[in-house]
Design a protein around this ligand. Structure first.
Ligand code: SAH
Length: 214
């Protein structure tokens, strides 16, 4: 599919990702290809590749391109993984992941967002994304374990079901902290041991659910 945003996307990769330390060639390539403007409302299209988050329906946001790239890179995807995403939102992060792994399982709690994202996945023929309307703090038990888990909303703690549903070895990125500001954590599971590393300060919308904000 050709689109008029090829050059704008290339500039986004050069100016926002490469020079800030995103070095995974596969992530850079995919972000120069996935049409981010299709995941935002018409009125936001011209700003789709800007260095900022953007509003989507239901008072939610699509993360800044750099944050999408950094979280994706932290998962070290090789192409064979099954990845769980919590917080489908616009569907952009799931779309990026789907080009880098075998299958994406994504959970969203707001119906209108999920149906919008599904339409774009179909339009782009991204058929390796399975989605579900539910409280993602419970994970998606049916398809567990997952080689990687990414949570794109911030909660007060790492939901235990997600730790349980992570494969060994496995990697999870998740923002944890206060309502307004969180730390992006990288949790790794290896030989039965779980380790947690802090990556950077971030601002995500709230993770709402059983193991999130009430
Ligand atoms: N990954 C998204 C970012 C969306 S913002 C994108 O690329 O656009 C975070 C999303 O998490 C919101 O859509 C919000 O509705 C959703 N969310 C919050 N709590 C949730 C929960 N418990 N389960 C599933 N989705 C949740």
């Amino acid at each position: 599919m050709t689109d008029h945003f090829v050059t704008v996307r290339e500039r986004m990769v050069q100016e926002q990702l490469l020079c800030r330390g995103i070095s995974d060639e596969r992530v850079l390539k995919v972000m120069s290809e996935v049409p981010r403007h299709l995941f935002v409302e018409d009125a936001q299209r011209a700003r789709a590749y800007g260095d900022h988050p953007l509003p989507i329906a239901s008072d939610q946001t699509i993360s800044q391109p750099f944050v999408v790239a950094a979280m994706t890179q932290a998962l070290h995807l090789q192409g064979t993984e099954r990845v769980l995403e919590i917080g489908t939102g616009s569907g952009y992060q799931a779309a990026v992941l789907s080009r880098l792994c075998e299958k994406v399982f994504t959970v969203e709690r707001v119906h209108i967002l999920l149906s919008g994202a599904r339409k774009v996945f179909d339009q782009l023929h991204y058929y390796n994304i399975l989605s579900r309307l539910d409280d993602g703090t419970m994970g998606w038990q049916e398809h567990a374990p997952y080689d990687a888990i990414i949570v794109t909303a911030g909660g007060p703690e790492i939901p235990q079901p997600l730790i349980d549903q992570l494969a060994d070895p496995g990697r999870m990125v998740i923002p944890v902290g206060e309502r307004e500001v969180q730390e992006l954590l990288l949790l790794t599971k290896q030989d039965g041991e779980v380790a947690v590393e802090r990556l950077e300060s971030v601002r995500f919308v709230s993770l709402i659910g059983e193991h999130g904000w009430k």
